[in-house]
Design a protein. Structure first.
Length: 235
């Protein structure tokens, strides 16, 4: 025989129960550990997208970019920008100047991994420049780049690890003044998303694993992109 107390039938009991349920839902919704953010933004300049006065760009040229960064949660930590000009010398210097004008940081050069004789590329030759941005600056530069794309990306721009990337054809679309001595370069943006606590998988000491529920999924990044930038994701 079930015995119910008068307290369990009182209106105060149901009010307290409903309030507790709402508080639990609110706590889960605003859990700071589940918040998506930009971990980093990598910007790169690709020779296949670069345009020079009096120079015809061959689209078959290889793209030497920064290797994909480890997956992070839906938080933009830094966007890496990389410019791969496919050759060293004066052109690489000019590409680095473009990155410095855009970010205010000193770019890092990348070397070719292999020798490609048909393109006159030698192994360990400096052929690319990239820069990595974090924090509020990353989000600011990312918004300028998305404005060029009219805040519209394709579903294939998003990876299975929750990161996304895209490219623009002319760096002057970002508001950088055209300089005849530099020319016009294309640029690629790669955004690494993350969540608080994901550093345990990449740190040097006491390395741990990130649980499946804490990893960033592509659909979560798509939802974040639509909500944060009022963006459009097409097929």
């Amino acid at each position: 025989m079930r015995v119910e107390s008068s307290l369990s039938r009182s209106p105060l009991f149901f009010t307290h129960q409903a309030t507790s349920s709402k508080m639990a839902e609110k706590t889960a919704a605003v859990n700071p550990m589940k918040e998506l953010r930009i971990e980093k933004l990598v910007i790169s300049m690709s020779f296949s997208l670069s345009v020079q006065l009096g120079d015809v760009t061959d689209p078959r040229l290889p793209f030497f970019s920064v290797p994909p960064l480890p997956p992070s949660s839906p938080t933009t930590s830094y966007p890496p920008k990389d410019i791969s000009v496919g050759e060293s010398g004066d052109r690489l210097t000019r590409a680095a100047k473009v990155l410095e004008q855009l970010t205010g940081q000193t770019p890092v050069t990348s070397k070719a991994r292999y020798t490609i004789r048909s393109f006159q590329i030698r192994r360990n030759e400096k052929i690319a420049a990239h820069v990595t941005i974090r924090g509020p600056k990353a989000e600011e530069v990312l918004e300028r780049a998305l404005k060029v794309k009219e805040y519209e990306l394709r579903r294939r721009n998003f990876s299975q690890t929750g990161n996304f990337g895209f490219g623009i054809e002319e760096h002057i679309d970002l508001g950088i003044k055209y300089d005849p001595g530099i020319g016009i370069f294309g640029m690629d943006f790669y955004v690494v998303m993350g969540r608080p606590g994901m550093r345990v998988a990449t740190r040097k000491h006491a390395v741990g694993k990130v649980g499946a529920s804490h990893r960033v999924k592509p659909e979560q990044t798509v939802a974040w992109f639509k909500q944060r930038f009022d963006g459009i994701v097409s097929r």
